[in-house]
Design a binder for this molecule. Sequence first.
Ligand code: GAR
Length: 218
Amino acid sequence: MSTPSSLAILLSGQGSTMRALVEACRDGRIPLTPALVLSDREEAPGLAWARTAGLRTATVDYRGLGRRRAEERLAALLDDASPTWIALAGFMRILGSDLVRPWLGRMVNIHPSLLPRYPGVDTYRRALAAGEREHGSTVHFVDESLDGGPRIAYVRVPVHPGDDPERLAERTKAAEQKLYPWVCDRLARGILQWSHGSVRYRDGILEEPLDATAFLDG
Ligand code: GAR
């Protein structure tokens, strides 16, 4: 019997995007089995949820280890679980090239902005301060750059008058919970693929990431 394709998910916080992925795997919207949930923080609420949900979990606490050794541990855990795909779901660490390179084309990240605008942290506050009328979230392949790997798809969310970062985050996170399963399903089925540092969608290379906003409405 062949091993089913599987997904490892890395998180640091609440885990709302991880939950959306796990639920989509479990109800058949993504043809992957959740193999492992990894965190850099033992106290991450998402990790507690994953345990309750019966998933295999592990923590690599960077404190006291240093980044290089922590990444060696992460790499060993990922090698051992040997997932088909890795999804970063609010994993708030920059990953070094030794960790990223073996998974190039099979590791994706979701970032709460319309990349390439607002890489890094604090995207909601920065977008509001700049007077943006629209914000959103982007899924991209992970490479060695910060939030800079090939962009796969994004969802746009409106900025409403009087928004504060919390309200904008809530709206964006609700959209992310649809976007990430939508993308991961298409990756798992080979409809979207890494291709020499670009993104292949069906028969062509994407010049621009897919705008999934209309697909995700409703
Ligand atoms: C998500 O909004 C995700 O886009 C963001 O962290 C949040 C995690 O929320 N990721 C990044 O900022 C990565 N640069 P969650 O813990 O509730 O899933």
